[in-house]
Design a binder for this molecule. Structure first.
Ligand code: PMP
Length: 296
């Protein structure tokens, strides 16, 4: 079956889909993106993804015209329907528009909005049983007075790519990024949680420099509502991870994955913890019980 890409309101065959060389996202990283999952014909947590995208666009002053949450939501569902994309990944890109030169006054005041469906390159299934080994990266997250981490903008991802290269260099599954104060912000492409020795789940607040991840939100909700756990958003340091009972990462692509060591210190007993295993099971059940159907 032919695969189509949604480009500014039109479905273009994948091989012919193009964007200008003068797209501001391409030239300057002046864009936003979302990675969304489809499970069994239903788009997972689509509204929060669309809201994060559009709120980022408003914060960056993109010329949205009549593009709003409803239109973006419908375009994403329509793209999945067109490609009969029932399982996998959706990449949504929104850039400021087209034109050379930094000054937004000199570019055509019309965003570029692209939606593509893809299969996913996931962590191998055995890593969900064994857990990830992590390192601390020397690359820090940008300070919020430069760019607020809640804005999922393409430009800032150069940091995450450099941090991921550090993890790759030593064969680690993920890398922990700190902020300027030395507090844990997030992993290079995922949010981080620990279960501490008081039995409290802790994850950094977005003001520490992490993305307000959609999967993070689902994990908090399941922990609180399904398991009655205490979850707090507060600063943590490397010591909190080294001395945690359990640790896991959350993200659209990775879902929920245990982390079992950091900088060669075992977390807990160095095996995925029982609470993490229960949460993974609950998350998998939740992905099946919710979502926006792609068929009308
Ligand atoms: N942090 C970063 C830096 C990310 O890129 C992502 C998404 N891949 C996440 C956290 C997780 O966010 P979400 O659960 O919304 O995918």
């Amino acid at each position: 079956m032919a695969e189509f890409v949604y480009v500014n309101g039109e479905f273009i065959p994948k091989e012919q889909a193009t964007i200008s060389l003068f797209d501001h996202g391409y030239l300057y990283g002046d864009g936003l993106f979302e990675g969304v999952r489809v499970y069994d014909g239903k788009v997972f947590e689509l509204l929060p993804h669309v809201e994060r995208l559009l709120s980022g666009a408003r914060a960056l002053g993109f010329p949205l015209g009549d593009l709003d949450e409803t239109k973006a939501f419908e375009a994403i569902v329509a793209t999945c329907r067109k490609n009969d994309h029932r399982d996998g990944y959706i990449r949504v890109n929104l850039t400021r528009g087209t034109g050379l030169g930094l000054d937004p006054k000199h570019i055509e005041p019309k965003v570029n909005f692209v939606i593509a469906t893809r299969q996913l390159a996931l962590y191998p299934p055995e890593l969900y049983e064994k857990g990830l080994d992590m390192i601390t990266c020397s690359t820090r997250v940008p300070s919020p007075d430069a760019i607020d981490a809640r804005i999922k903008c393409t430009g800032k991802y150069i940091n995450n790519i450099l941090a991921k290269m550090e993890a790759n260099r030593v064969g680690a599954g993920e890398g922990i990024m700190l902020n300027q104060q030395g507090h844990v912000a997030e992993a290079t492409g995922d949010n981080v949680f620990i279960l501490n020795s008081d039995g409290v789940f802790v994850t950094p607040h977005p003001s520490a420099g992490c993305l307000k991840g959609i999967t993070r939100g689902v994990a908090i909700k399941l922990l609180r509502e399904q398991f009655g756990c205490v979850v707090v958003e507060e600063n943590m340091t490397l010591l909190d991870i080294y001395s945690a009972k359990e640790c896991f990462l959350t993200g659209t692509a990775a879902e929920i994955i245990p982390a079992v060591s950091l900088d060669e210190r075992l977390i807990g007993d160095g095996k995925p913890g029982p609470n993490t295993a229960k949460l993974i099971e609950a998350f998998r059940a939740y992905t099946k019980s919710t979502g926006t159907p792609i068929s009308s």
